[in-house]
Design a protein around this ligand. Structure first.
Ligand SMILES: [Zn+2]
Ligand SMILES: [Zn+2]
Length: 147
Protein backbone atom coordinates (compact mmCIF):
# COMPACT_ATOMS: atom_id res chain seq x y z
CA UNK A 1 0.00 0.00 0.00
CA UNK A 2 1.49 3.32 -1.03
CA UNK A 3 0.03 6.52 0.37
CA UNK A 4 1.15 10.11 0.07
CA UNK A 5 0.47 13.21 2.07
CA UNK A 6 1.61 16.73 2.84
CA UNK A 7 1.34 19.76 5.09
CA UNK A 8 -1.19 22.55 4.42
CA UNK A 9 1.06 24.46 1.97
CA UNK A 10 2.30 21.35 0.19
CA UNK A 11 6.01 21.91 0.79
CA UNK A 12 6.49 19.03 3.27
CA UNK A 13 5.57 15.87 1.36
CA UNK A 14 5.94 12.21 2.23
CA UNK A 15 5.18 8.74 0.99
CA UNK A 16 4.58 5.55 2.97
CA UNK A 17 5.18 2.10 1.52
CA UNK A 18 3.44 -0.23 3.98
CA UNK A 19 0.27 -0.75 5.94
CA UNK A 20 0.34 1.15 9.23
CA UNK A 21 1.28 -0.71 12.42
CA UNK A 22 -1.50 1.08 14.22
CA UNK A 23 -3.95 3.96 14.07
CA UNK A 24 -4.94 5.82 17.21
CA UNK A 25 -7.03 8.80 18.11
CA UNK A 26 -5.29 10.59 20.97
CA UNK A 27 -7.20 12.97 23.20
CA UNK A 28 -4.24 14.13 25.31
CA UNK A 29 -3.75 17.84 25.87
CA UNK A 30 -0.47 17.83 23.91
CA UNK A 31 -2.29 16.48 20.83
CA UNK A 32 -5.01 19.06 21.32
CA UNK A 33 -2.41 21.80 21.32
CA UNK A 34 -0.47 20.25 18.42
CA UNK A 35 -3.56 20.16 16.21
CA UNK A 36 -5.68 22.96 17.65
CA UNK A 37 -8.47 20.41 17.55
CA UNK A 38 -10.28 18.12 20.00
CA UNK A 39 -7.95 15.17 19.38
CA UNK A 40 -5.07 14.04 17.22
CA UNK A 41 -4.95 11.15 14.77
CA UNK A 42 -1.72 9.17 14.79
CA UNK A 43 -0.96 6.68 12.02
CA UNK A 44 2.08 4.61 13.04
CA UNK A 45 4.74 3.11 10.76
CA UNK A 46 8.19 1.62 10.90
CA UNK A 47 10.48 4.54 10.10
CA UNK A 48 12.06 2.58 7.23
CA UNK A 49 8.68 2.59 5.43
CA UNK A 50 8.31 6.35 5.51
CA UNK A 51 10.08 8.53 2.98
CA UNK A 52 10.19 12.31 3.17
CA UNK A 53 9.97 13.54 -0.42
CA UNK A 54 10.39 17.27 0.13
CA UNK A 55 10.11 19.99 2.69
CA UNK A 56 11.98 22.18 5.09
CA UNK A 57 10.87 21.10 8.51
CA UNK A 58 11.61 22.11 12.05
CA UNK A 59 11.67 19.93 15.14
CA UNK A 60 9.83 20.68 18.34
CA UNK A 61 10.91 18.41 21.18
CA UNK A 62 8.93 18.21 24.38
CA UNK A 63 8.30 15.83 27.25
CA UNK A 64 5.07 13.85 26.93
CA UNK A 65 2.84 13.03 29.90
CA UNK A 66 4.59 9.63 29.96
CA UNK A 67 7.78 11.46 30.95
CA UNK A 68 9.50 10.54 27.67
CA UNK A 69 10.51 12.86 24.88
CA UNK A 70 8.49 13.36 21.73
CA UNK A 71 9.58 15.39 18.71
CA UNK A 72 7.10 16.99 16.35
CA UNK A 73 8.28 17.61 12.80
CA UNK A 74 6.52 20.66 11.40
CA UNK A 75 6.63 22.52 8.10
CA UNK A 76 8.62 25.74 8.48
CA UNK A 77 6.44 27.49 5.89
CA UNK A 78 2.91 26.74 7.11
CA UNK A 79 3.43 25.25 10.59
CA UNK A 80 1.55 21.98 10.08
CA UNK A 81 2.88 19.17 12.26
CA UNK A 82 3.10 16.37 9.72
CA UNK A 83 4.82 13.64 11.72
CA UNK A 84 6.53 12.90 15.00
CA UNK A 85 9.00 10.58 16.58
CA UNK A 86 9.10 9.52 20.22
CA UNK A 87 11.51 7.98 22.66
CA UNK A 88 8.84 5.36 23.37
CA UNK A 89 8.92 4.12 19.72
CA UNK A 90 12.60 4.04 18.69
CA UNK A 91 12.03 2.47 15.24
CA UNK A 92 8.72 4.12 14.62
CA UNK A 93 7.30 7.28 13.22
CA UNK A 94 3.79 8.62 13.52
CA UNK A 95 2.06 10.57 10.80
CA UNK A 96 -0.76 13.00 11.54
CA UNK A 97 -3.85 11.36 10.03
CA UNK A 98 -5.28 14.52 8.52
CA UNK A 99 -2.20 15.10 6.36
CA UNK A 100 -2.76 12.08 4.10
CA UNK A 101 -4.02 12.94 0.63
CA UNK A 102 -6.52 10.10 0.87
CA UNK A 103 -8.02 9.62 4.32
CA UNK A 104 -10.78 7.15 3.42
CA UNK A 105 -8.75 4.16 4.65
CA UNK A 106 -7.83 5.67 8.03
CA UNK A 107 -9.79 4.05 10.84
CA UNK A 108 -8.74 4.39 14.50
CA UNK A 109 -8.12 1.09 16.29
CA UNK A 110 -8.18 2.69 19.72
CA UNK A 111 -8.74 5.94 21.56
CA UNK A 112 -6.09 7.05 24.05
CA UNK A 113 -6.14 9.62 26.86
CA UNK A 114 -9.92 9.62 27.24
CA UNK A 115 -9.27 11.19 30.66
CA UNK A 116 -8.36 14.46 28.88
CA UNK A 117 -11.01 14.41 26.16
CA UNK A 118 -13.45 17.17 25.36
CA UNK A 119 -16.71 16.64 27.23
CA UNK A 120 -18.89 16.53 24.10
CA UNK A 121 -17.03 13.62 22.50
CA UNK A 122 -18.87 10.28 22.50
CA UNK A 123 -16.51 7.29 22.39
CA UNK A 124 -17.35 4.33 20.18
CA UNK A 125 -18.12 1.02 21.87
CA UNK A 126 -16.46 -1.30 19.36
CA UNK A 127 -12.79 -0.35 19.92
CA UNK A 128 -10.67 0.07 23.07
CA UNK A 129 -10.85 3.37 24.91
CA UNK A 130 -7.90 3.97 27.23
CA UNK A 131 -7.92 6.47 30.06
CA UNK A 132 -4.22 7.20 29.45
CA UNK A 133 -1.55 5.99 27.03
CA UNK A 134 -1.46 2.59 25.30
CA UNK A 135 0.24 0.04 27.52
CA UNK A 136 2.89 2.47 28.66
CA UNK A 137 3.69 2.76 32.33
CA UNK A 138 4.55 6.40 32.85
CA UNK A 139 8.21 6.58 33.77
CA UNK A 140 7.60 9.49 36.15
CA UNK A 141 4.96 7.66 38.21
CA UNK A 142 5.59 5.95 41.50
CA UNK A 143 5.22 2.16 41.38
CA UNK A 144 1.61 0.97 42.02
CA UNK A 145 2.45 -0.30 45.51
CA UNK A 146 3.50 3.16 46.61
CA UNK A 147 0.08 4.71 45.86
ZN1 LIG B 1 3.75 23.55 4.68
ZN1 LIG C 1 -1.76 12.65 22.40
Amino acid sequence: MKQTGSCACGAFKYEVSSEPKGVAACHCKACQRRTGSAFGMGVFFNAKNVEILSGNYGNYMHTADSGRSKTNMFCKSCGTTVMWTAEAMPDGIAIAGGTFDDTAWIQPKLHAWASQSHAWFTFPEDIPVLQTSPGDIPVNSPPPSAK
